[in-house]
Each structure stands twice: as structure tokens, then as C-alpha cells.
Design a binder for this molecule. Structure first.
Ligand code: SF4
Length: 105
């Protein structure tokens, strides 16, 4: 979520790129309860900055909200399945690498 979630952590992300986030007007939804989780995840599906968003949440071990299309439990599971990944940002800087960890682009 831009504004609260996109930080200076991403050296390759420009403000023009982060301005493309699909959740710009959906901040509350992205941190809503379990009932709205699926709806929030839908917002991420065609977001052009999804890989960077997901990487930030995984590297930061964020345990709240939907980031990069995954809820907190899904992110924990992804980290558990891939303990070899120590820098998600470096991995997901190439969007096609989402496929390497079992996620659609
Ligand atoms: S991937 Fe989802 S949470 Fe991340 S910026 Fe895009 S719409 Fe927002």
C-alpha cells in the first residue's frame, strides 16, 4: 500500500512506479479483517509493483495486512518453504522469479 507501505527500501522503484499501485485508494481494505482478505488480494492481482511490494513484506517480516497479494499466513508459509532466500528483494527484483517460488506473475 503506497503511502504506508512503499518506503525507500526499494532502490529500483521510482515514485512514478509506486504511483501505479492498485491499492492507492484501498488502504483500509488492505489492512481489513479476514472477511475482506480475498477482496484485498484481488486488488493486487494486476498490480504492476506486486513483486517489490511482496519482497518488502517478506524481507521486513511484516505480519499484518495484504502485501503483494499474500496475507500474513501465506507469507509465513512462503518464508517457511524457502529458507534459502535471505533477500527477497534481490530475488523478486526480476518479476518472473515469482514463478520460482510458486506464485503467478
Ligand atoms: S501488490 Fe497489492 S498491496 Fe502491494 S502495492 Fe500493489 S495493490 Fe498494493
Amino acid at each position: 500500500m503506497i503511502g504506508t507501505r512503499v518506503t525507500g527500501r526499494w532502490p529500483v522503484m521510482t515514485s512514478a512506479q509506486t504511483a501505479q499501485a492498485r491499492c492507492l485508494d484501498e488502504k483500509e481494505l488492505m489492512f481489513a479483517g479476514a472477511e475482506e482478505m480475498a477482496q484485498a488480494q484481488q486488488v493486487c492481482q494486476d498490480c504492476p509493483i506486486r513483486p517489490g511490494c511482496l519482497a518488502e513484506a517478506l524481507d521486513g517480516r511484516y505480519d499484518y495486512g495484504v502485501w503483494g497479494g499474500l496475507d500474513p499466513g501465506q507469507r509465513r508459509e512462503l518464508r517457511r518453504r524457502h529458507p534459502e532466500v535471505t533477500d527477497w528483494h534481490a530475488l523478486l527484483i526480476e518479476p518472473r522469479n515469482l514463478l520460482l517460488v510458486g506464485l503467478d506473475q
